[in-house]
Design a binder for this molecule. Structure first.
Ligand code: FES
Length: 275
């Protein structure tokens, strides 16, 4: 059992957990993720973003959005309680180079895995401009953390309740037009990443996206996380999670995700009735 050391609610459906996982904390790199099993080795495996880690304390910080049964059960766990298994770090670390100006775009909970990536780019000597967005003010997360690792932070909400009333693609396009962007990292809902990639495509700016698909084993064995990238089929868990945003078949990926949504909602509904 991995003990939950601290828990904080970030918004209505988003929770932050600091969890004891010394083996992961020691080896984790920006861009990687973990898979957890809540009760035992037979529990559903779900991939989660790691927003931070502390090798000294032996802890990792997980950000969890309630989207189905397992995430709902996890959201109810309290400090001192535990998570049966934390598997990781999984996936490939972000390629962090000194390139000049890097724009980091985070949508909703995508800001969580973006935070250590932005920090690593800045530590490497890049100028980091971050854009974070959400539907409304209450859904903006990790604003202070992103500000502390960015030379400039732009906050957007769809409804204008906080920051600039805009989709994240608007300031992204303006920055591209100013002509001083060397690389873009976009992490968020698939539709957001798709349109970030479409925004940068005409400018020929390298655009990295981090995909969060359905996963079962997380080790490249089941094919559950497959996605088309260019002419190839890739497995997000072992080939990713980061890919060239200009090559990802986002429409195919969104169709696959939508196919599982009714089952996820049904399980979550039954879970709510049982609670
Ligand atoms: Fe099974 Fe990636 S989760 S192959």
């Amino acid at each position: 059992m991995r003990r939950i050391v601290r828990k904080r609610q970030l918004s209505e459906n988003v929770f932050q957990f600091v969890v004891e996982a010394p083996h992961v904390a020691k080896a984790h790199r920006p861009g990687q993720f973990v898979v957890i099993q809540l009760e035992d080795e037979f529990s559903e495996r779900i991939p989660l973003s790691v927003a931070d880690w502390d090798p000294e304390a032996g802890t990792i910080t997980l950000i969890v959005q309630v989207v189905g049964k397992t995430t709902r059960m996890l959201s109810l766990r309290r400090e001192g309680e535990g998570i049966a298994h934390v598997l990781g770090p999984l996936g490939n670390p972000t390629d962090i180079e000194k390139v000049g100006t890097v724009v980091c775009v985070g949508g909703g909970i995508g800001t969580a895995p973006l935070h250590p990536i932005a920090r690593a780019f800045r530590r490497k000597g890049n100028r980091v401009i971050s854009i974070i967005g959400a539907r409304t003010k209450d859904l903006i997360i990790l604003e202070d953390e992103m500000r502390s690792v960015s030379d400039e932070l732009i906050v957007c909400t769809d409804d204008g309740s906080y920051g600039r009333k805009a989709l994240v693609t608007e300031p992204l396009k303006e920055l591209c037009e100013q002509g001083d962007v060397n690389e873009v990292v976009a992490i968020g809902p698939p539709i957001m990443m798709k349109f970030c990639a479409e925004t940068t495509r005409p400018f020929g700016i390298k655009t990295v996206v981090s995909l969060n698909t359905i996963m079962v084993d997380g080790t490249g064995m089941c094919g559950g996380c497959r996605v088309k990238v260019g002419d190839e089929i890739k497995f997000v868990c072992v080939d990713g999670p980061e890919f060239d945003g200009h090559l990802v078949d986002f429409d195919g990926m969104m169709r696959r995700l939508a196919a599982y949504r009714p089952m996820e909602q049904e399980k979550d509904h039954r879970c709510k009735l049982e609670l």
